[in-house]
Design a protein around this ligand. Structure first.
Ligand SMILES: Nc1ncnc2c1ncn2[C@@H]1O[C@H](COP(=O)(O)OP(=O)(O)OP(=O)(O)O)[C@@H](O)[C@H]1O
Length: 932
């Protein structure tokens, strides 16, 4: 489970129950003693003058808290009583503690000297870490001089669950002399335990994180700023207070935010050097290394080289310029860290987390010359050598007993194994000279190898519970801490002379850019004034016109060139400004608005306040060979995202084109007057509509991508919100930010051409997409015009396509077709009428013919009978009649032939129908027979 940083921080400590008082029989001692909550508070031992001898009558301290006393409260924590010193109580105790301190101190009168204990400390330890000395600065190490690891044990107050359980409030441990841990006398007496005395550099109680920071870490941070590697880690059983110590709460910022603050404070106060800071954050979860700033990067590898020692790669590093920016990054990383609720801790860290600050610094005198010629060749011995050091702040996962949950048990097994290996490595380092040290047995020891084997200053904070319930685990932690105390280191500074240091690289780049800027300035100055005809020569009108045309052309060209030149100059200036901002000096840091107050872990940070320069976080990454590269992960993931979108768009466009072609064919057929199924066509056109949605989505996703890059570079989450609502109104990928971000990312030459070609491809694609969109719109308009013509819908306003020539031609063509069909119809009707007329004429002629025949017959009969009635009713001569009859006969014959043919055709058709009928009848009878 991943948790939010707020979950991780400020987990409220329950209010303790008031119960019990110091037993009158309890031996008083000059130890700090952790007492049950109701114990009377006395002035903190931490404010007492430090005792030089255990036998001297100095007060003892006891941790306590009551919920009822007037107090200065730390939200989420037990209320701590604050009272003024009083007269001794019947128990001989005074009741005064400093604010937020939970130590209880016995007055001198009541103190019996501490019973002598058997010390389990293997080495004599310094007691320099008393609270009184806490805020003083110990000298930075002498290069090459050996020193022991600084070990601090911190006993936290009782937790709520401990207070609730029987025996939970039995206090086992006490702090003695500010540096030793011994058994509480009551506990020792009641359990008849042999006394123990673990000796460390510092032993602390209470909740004051400033105290522990000043006591155990402050010096180490200072020496990290001076070029020495430093490692701080919190070690202890689960729920013993490691995260509380390292991260802290809003009211009690832990070691990490305080260290960050001090890093910037150091830069502010050291004007003779300039600095470049970069940070990374990783976790080891189930023996796999994960980049908390780039969570998709899992299972990172560990490498080693002579120059850098052991390091993890590829690990994202961000260049930082303000404390608040660093806190924001930590918050981001914390959000990704594996945290779960366990049987012992509601917010238990299930991984070891390692936060690294890499500090590069160099004397300003050599760096600030600003002249491009001031650079010495790489490797040259000069004051420009860059010091590189690393500060590791590590919150280990807690050792734990078996958990009831399977997943937690598995995690616990990994945690315990790596902590066991850490213990073994420490043992071997201290006990067996020249023995094989099994650093490689766990990722944790491998990463800590450089620190443990000598070259770093190391401070270990061991956290324990005060309760009897955890006595066994606390004993193990104390033994581990005692062993670590024996580890000897020999810190030394690292000097880098070449471009491997980013500081050197950036300074060189700034110089080169400044030189380029000067060149462009000179070029601008040299540029001729344009548009002036200063010859004073009289020219004729035509020549003058020609000349002014040429001059105008020349002037435009010149303006264009000047515009380009200015763009280059601005880009150079911006880059110089950007790089300069990354390099921190006391003056630059003092002028920064980010002079924030002490940072509380989990404090809300405005996203805008973390952006520096042009609003982008600068990301670097160390390659496997130890070279520091700029931005590769950002570039890679961005290119990959863009590639995917380009591929998607291309395939979508191909589909679109196919459909478009299909539609076109249908429309062409329709325009030719061929039958087309309009409904089907319209349905197909409808299918195209969802693709519009796709294009809009793609546009939005490209816009979102730009926003994402912007947000990732600014470290803010609001970019993601912007992403979700961006897009619809803008053209594909044409967001302004895109190019700007690309410029930011184009800082390295290796990706420049790739980005450019990608941008070019994107632009080409945009044109295709826009073209496609236009065509689709046309098609949709056309389809609706067709549907309007086929359905009686109210008239629509004409679309653009209806006004087009193509549409007009189609309509004309259709009209012509229609007219043609009409004229054909008319013609056919005419033929029909002519035919009928012919038939009528034929009939009339036949009748006439018959009449003529009859009269001719009558004439013939009359002449032969000698009868001549002298009638001249007919004026036709016999020959004329014969001709007419012949004519009519021919027509009648023709008609007969035609009728005969018709009759024959009909007979044929009837015959074939009859045959068919017979067949069908036969089939029917066969079916009947078959019993269907
Ligand atoms: N010195 C302290 N003063 C007040 N409260 C403390 C102190 N140390 C720890 N606590 C509280 O005790 C609880 C457990 O502490 P924390 O989460 O820091 O333990 P942890 O050692 O990091 O545990 P884990 O290994 O499971 O992550 C938290 O609620 C924390 O606020």
């Amino acid at each position: 489970m991943l948790r939010s940083s707020n979950d991780r921080l400020g987990i409220p400590q329950p209010t303790s129950q008031a119960s019990g008082v110091l037993s009158p029989t309890a031996p008083t001692s000059h130890r700090s003693s952790i007492l049950p909550p109701s114990s009377i508070r006395t002035p903190s031992r931490l404010q007492q003058p430090k005792s030089s001898s255990s036998s001297s009558p100095i007060p003892a301290a006891a941790v306590t808290a009551t919920p009822t006393a007037p107090s200065t409260s730390i939200p989420g924590f037990r209320k701590i009583s604050v009272s003024t010193p009083k007269a001794p109580t019947p128990l001989g105790l005074t009741t005064s503690v400093p604010q937020e301190d939970t130590s209880q101190v016995s007055p001198p009168s009541s103190i019996s000297t501490t019973t002598t204990t058997t010390s389990t400390a293997a080495t004599p330890v310094s007691t320099s870490g008393s609270a009184a000395a806490a805020t003083t600065t110990t000298p930075t190490p002498t290069p090459g001089k050996t020193e022991n690891v600084t070990v601090t044990v911190r006993i936290r107050p009782f937790s709520n669950s401990e207070l609730k359980v029987a025996g939970g409030v039995t206090q086992v441990w006490e702090v003695n002399d500010g540096s030793n841990i011994v058994y509480n006398d009551d506990y020792a007496v009641n359990t008849r335990k042999a006394a123990v005395d673990y000796a460390y550099d510092h032993a602390l109680t209470g909740s004051d994180n400033e105290l522990i920071y000043n006591t155990s870490v402050k010096n180490l941070v200072q020496s990290a700023m001076e070029g020495y590697n430093g490692t701080v880690f919190a070690y202890g059983q689960t729920s013993s207070g490691k995260t509380y110590t390292m991260s802290g709460t809003e009211t009690q910022p832990g070691i990490t935010p305080r260290a960050v603050e001090d890093v910037f404070k150091y830069i502010r106060e050291n004007s003779e050097r300039e600095f470049l800071l970069r940070v990374s954050y990783m976790e080891i979860y189930n023996e796999s290394i994960r980049d908390l700033l780039s969570p998709e990067a899992i299972d990172l590898r560990i490498h080693e080289d002579k120059r850098r020692g052991v390091y993890v790669s590829p690990l994202k590093e961000e260049i930082v310029t303000t404390p608040i920016q660093v806190m924001r990054i930590i918050e981001r990383g914390d959000y990704q860290r594996h945290v779960s609720s366990t049987d012992f801790n509601a917010h238990s860290s299930r991984s070891h987390s390692i936060f690294q600050i890499t500090v590069e610094s160099r004397e300003r005198s050599s760096a600030m010359s600003g002249s491009p010629t001031a650079w010495k060749p790489a490797g040259a011995k000069s004051a420009s050598a860059v010091r590189v050091s690393q500060l590791n702040l590590i919150d280990l996962a807690g050792s734990e007993k078996a958990s009831s949950d399977v997943e937690r048990r598995k995690e616990g097994a990994f945690i315990n194994k790596s902590l066991l290996t850490l213990g073994t490595v420490i043992s071997k380092l201290t006990e067996e000279k020249g023995a094989h040290i099994p650093y490689r047995d766990s990722k944790l020891t491998r990463i800590l190898q450089s620190s443990l084997n000598g070259s770093a200053r190391v401070s270990v904070i061991s956290t324990i519970s005060p309760s009897y319930l955890n006595v066994e685990e606390s004993n193990n932690t104390l033994k581990f801490a005692a062993r670590v105390k024996k580890v000897v280191t020999r810190a030394q500074t690292n000097q880098v002379m070449d471009d491997k240091a980013l500081l050197e690289k950036y300074r060189r780049e700034i110089s080169e850019l400044k030189a380029q800027l000067m060149l462009t300035a000179e070029a601008t100055a040299r540029a001729p004034a344009s548009g002036v005809n200063g010859s004073g020569v009289e020219l004729d009108k035509a020549k003058q016109a020609e000349l002014s045309r040429l001059l105008e052309k020349e002037r435009l060209k010149h303006e264009e060139e000047m515009g380009e030149m200015n763009m280059v100059r601005n880009a150079l200036k911006e880059r110089i400004e950007h790089l300069t901002k990354l390099i921190l000096t006391s003056s630059s840091i003092n002028t920064k608005p980010a002079d924030q107050p002490a940072l509380a872990a989990g404090a809300q940070v405005a996203p805008s306040s973390i952006t520096g320069g042009r609003g982008g976080t600068t990301v670097v990454e160390t390659s496997a060979d130890g070279t520091v590269l700029e931005f590769p992960k950002e570039i890679e993931s961005r290119l990959a995202q863009k590639d995917t979108i380009v591929r998607q768009l291309q395939s979508e466009l191909e589909t679109q084109q196919e459909k478009f072609q299909m539609m076109r064919t249908v429309l062409e057929r329709a325009s030719r007057g061929e039958a087309v199924d309009l409904d089907k066509t319209l349905a197909k056109l409808e299918e195209i509509r969802p693709q519009e949605k796709f294009l809009i989505e793609k546009r939005a996703s490209i816009m979102g991508l730009n926003t994402l890059v912007q947000s990732s570079s600014s470290g803010s989450l609001d970019g993601l919100a912007k992403m979700s609502c961006s897009g619809s109104g803008e053209r594909l990928g044409m967001g302004e930010n895109n190019e700007e971000d690309d410029l930011d990312l184009m800082d390295t030459p290796w990706n420049r051409s790739e980005l450019q070609s990608l941008r070019q491809a994107k632009r080409e694609l945009e044109i295709v997409v826009i073209d496609q969109e236009k065509k689709i719109e046309d098609l949709i308009a056309l389809s609706s015009s067709y549907s309007r013509s086929t359905t009686p819908t109210p008239p629509q306003p004409p679309t653009a396509f209806e006004d087009s020539d193509e549409f007009r031609n189609l309509v004309l063509e259709l009209e012509e077709q229609r007219e043609h069909i009409l004229s054909m119809d008319e013609e056919r009707e005419g033929y029909k009428a002519a035919l009928i007329e012919m038939r009528n004429r034929m009939r009339r002629m036949e009748m006439e013919n018959q009449q003529l025949k009859a009269s001719a017959q009558a004439k013939t009969n009359g002449s032969s009978n000698g009868l001549s009635n002298g009638s001249h009713e007919t004026a036709l001569s016999a020959s004329e009649l014969a001709a007419k009859i012949k004519d009519l006969d021919a027509t009648a014959q023709k008609e007969r032939r035609l009728r005969l043919e018709d009759q024959q055709r009909s007979m044929g058709r009837i015959a074939s129908l009859e045959a068919e009928l017979t067949m069908l009848k036969a089939e029917m009878s066969v079916r009947d027979l078959a019993g269907y």
